[in-house]
Every structure is written in C-alpha cells, then in structure tokens.
Design a protein around this ligand. Structure first.
Ligand SMILES: NC(=O)c1ccc[n+]([C@@H]2O[C@H](COP(=O)([O-])OP(=O)(O)OC[C@H]3O[C@@H](n4cnc5c(N)ncnc54)[C@H](O)[C@@H]3O)[C@@H](O)[C@H]2O)c1
Length: 355
C-alpha cells in the first residue's frame, strides 16, 4: 500500500494515444496528470495548452528528474520504449508502457532487468481489451466449464485497409519501419490478440509456431529515407503445450471480408465474439444444443468503448495504491513478443520453429 493520497502521472510522447492517456488519467480518482514530454515543440505546446498540464518538457529526462512525478506512461513510438523505460526505472518511477513494450525480446528482457532492480511496477497497454465486456463474458463462460472440452481456438482479425501511416494516422509513418515499430500488423494489433488469448487461457504455453508474413498490397508513395518493410498480414498455427492448436491471423490490410474475431470450439458449446469493437454494438454469440436442436444465444454485451481505455488507467493506479502487479505485467508482454518473433523466424525459415 502506498501512503500517498494521489498518484501524479507524466505522459511521455503526446501524439495520438498520448493525448487519449491524458484524457483518461484525468478522470481517474486519486490521480492527476502532472507533466508531459515530447521532442516535437509545437505538439508539446498545443497539448499543454489544450489540457492545462502543469509541467511540460521537450526532453523526457527533465520530466523524470521531477520528484512530483510518481509514474510515467510511455507513448512514444516503440523503438524509444526501452531507453525511456530504463531511464524511468533509474529515476524511481512506476511505468505503464504502450504496446508493444519493446521491438525485440532482447529489448523487453533489458527493460525487465531494470524494473527488477528498481522494484517499481511495469504494466503494458496490450491489456486494453481485457476490459471489454465480451472478453469478460467469454472468460466467465470458459472458467465455468460451460463449453465442455475446448478442442480448438481460432483468432482472426482482418481489416480491408487499416494500415497506420497509410490508410489513417498519416503522420505516423514510423509504423511502416521495422527498426522503429518492431513489426507490422502482428506487433501493432496481434499483440492484443495474444494478450486476450493468454488472459482467457492463462495456463497455455505456445511451444511451436508455423506461420507466414505478407506485404504486397498497393504501395504507398514514400518520401526519401522512408521504408515500408513490415508485414501487412501475418498468420500462424500455434501448437500449445496441452496439445491445443490455435489458428491465428491478423491483417492491417487484405482482400478479404471481416469475420467474427475469436471462435472457441468446445464439446458442449461454442463461442464467437469480437473483443475489439469501437462501437457500442459488439458481436457475441454462443452456440449449443437444447433438446437436441442447435440454438444460438446472443447475450447483451453492448458497451461504451471509452470505458475500456479508462479501466486500463484505473487498473494501473489501483495497482500502485495496492502495490500489486498491473493486469498485464512486463513478463507477460515478453511472452507475447516471443511468440511474434517466433512467427517472424518461421516466416524466414518457411518451417515450424520452437518458441
Ligand atoms: N495511435 C493509436 O491509436 C494507438 C493505439 C494504441 C496504442 N498505440 C501505441 O502508442 C505508441 C505511440 O503511438 P501513436 O500512434 O500515439 O504515435 P504518434 O506518432 O501519434 O505519437 C508519438 C509521439 O511520441 C513522440 N516521441 C518520439 N520520440 C520520443 C521520445 N524519445 N521521447 C518522447 N516522445 C517521443 C513524437 O514526437 C510523437 O508526438 C505506439 O507504441 C503505438 O503502438 C497507438
């Protein structure tokens, strides 16, 4: 338990998601947004004025020097996460880091080493959709054993055109560069899939990955020095330690229709649901037999997507007050990054690889 009355947050990187974090942490009780940092001066000034944040710095290291700051949320592009997280732990701050926590497993491990030394909390924002009511409902049904023996899981997140830097968020071309983003659709959105999978099935371990990556839809016009070397689409069969096979695919862009995202097949019943809707209407169906006849049940799982974001901020603040791990820890995030990197290796070898 901390004896503090209020946790004072610093947001590092105030681009698209950094601003959402400012809005989110502002409405959480016993918490305030005390400072922001961003090397982009005009953005820093604009965000500071619009959101009336007391402290603002071009260099995040100046923010970390301030004793008023208890914890930071790292919202820079992924290539800078390690440097900032390490500096934050050295300065004695708790850290919530945007996904992916790091661009490689080695980088994630270095962050974990500094966290252990500092004895501070480390949470990852890849937990976002654990707070979706569809995921909560699915967990309730799975944990109650209502599906019988679960023998197959399929996760499919396909967009027609949703490439950051091309189809939206045009200012964030860093998403297309592996050195800056760590990867494409898999590191950007696939990490949410893995977080949800391991949340629903915490005992699962992935032993082998056999997958592919693809990039090759219409090419954007790139400026000098810009690159586009990350996957638009990736998919794999994940062989899990209990014999379960998970079929997983994630695409920023593909010539394909949108399908229900997660399907869980059990001997007694099945489930199909979408964990990530940004609207109030969200897909959730249960399939079972009643009196020998197949029936489909669609419980009400409508929700306000904003609550999902707020719940994540709430969890982090509560974790600090109670000195408990955040809902997704750095160790768990490393597990997700390990699986994605195994898929990248499998794509290079054109064969199944061990995780
Ligand atoms: N955009 C989204 O909808 C979204 C959603 C969820 C998570 N994320 C994740 O959040 C992170 C940021 O994404 P974004 O879309 O907000 O990017 P963005 O490009 O909109 O903003 C990034 C900001 O970080 C700043 N920055 C760059 N280097 C920095 C450094 N060394 N120190 C401090 N600030 C630095 C940039 O100037 C910019 O203002 C990424 O990890 C991304 O995967 C983004």
């Amino acid at each position: 338990m901390t004896s503090k009355h209020e946790i004072r947050i610093g947001i590092i990187g105030v681009g698209m998601i950094g601003v959402e974090h400012i809005r989110g942490f502002k409405v959480i009780p016993r918490c305030s947004v005390m400072g922001i940092a961003d090397p982009d001066e005009s953005r820093l000034k604009k965000v500071s004025a619009e959101h009336a944040v007391p402290l603002s710095f071009l260099d995040y290291r100046e923010l970390l020097k301030r004793e008023e700051i208890d914890a930071v949320v790292i919202c820079s592009p992924p290539f800078a996460h390690e440097e900032i997280a390490v500096a934050a732990f050295q300065a004695g701050k708790h850290v919530l880091v945007e996904k992916p926590m790091a661009i490689t497993p080695a980088s994630a491990r270095r962050i974990l080493r500094y966290q252990k030394r500092a004895g501070k909390l480390l949470g990852s924002c890849s937990c976002r959709f654990r707070f979706s009511p569809t995921v909560a409902k699915a967990k309730e049904i799975i944990d109650a054993g209502d599906l019988g023996d679960i023998y197959h899981i399929s996760i499919s997140g396909i967009s027609r055109r949703h490439r950051p830097g091309i189809d939206y968020h045009s200012g964030a071309r860093w998403n297309l560069d592996k050195a800056k983003a760590g990867g494409g659709a898999l590191m950007d959105w696939g990490i949410y899939d893995l977080n949800t999978l391991f949340h629903l099935f915490p005992k699962l371990t992935v032993s082998k990955v056999d997958g592919f990556c693809f990039r090759g839809l219409d090419e954007p016009v790139l400026a000098d020095k810009e690159v586009f070397n990350v996957e638009e689409h990736g998919a794999a069969m994940l062989r899990c330690s209990n014999g379960l096979m998970v079929m997983w695919e994630r695409a920023w862009a593909a010539h394909m229709n949108r399908q229900p995202r997660i399907r869980i097949y059990g001997s007694r019943a099945g489930l199909a649901f979408d964990p990530m809707a940004w609207s109030r209407e969200v897909y959730f169906e249960i399939y079972e037999d009643r009196s020998g006849k197949p029936v489909t049940i669609a419980p009400d799982t409508s929700f306000d997507p904003w609550n999902v974001h707020i719940s994540m901020a709430h969890d982090f603040i509560d974790a600090i007050f109670k000195n408990r791990p955040p809902i997704t820890t750095g160790e768990e995030e490393l597990k997700f990054i390990d699986v994605i990197h195994a898929l990248y290796r499998s794509n290079q070898k054109k064969a199944a690889v061990s995780v």
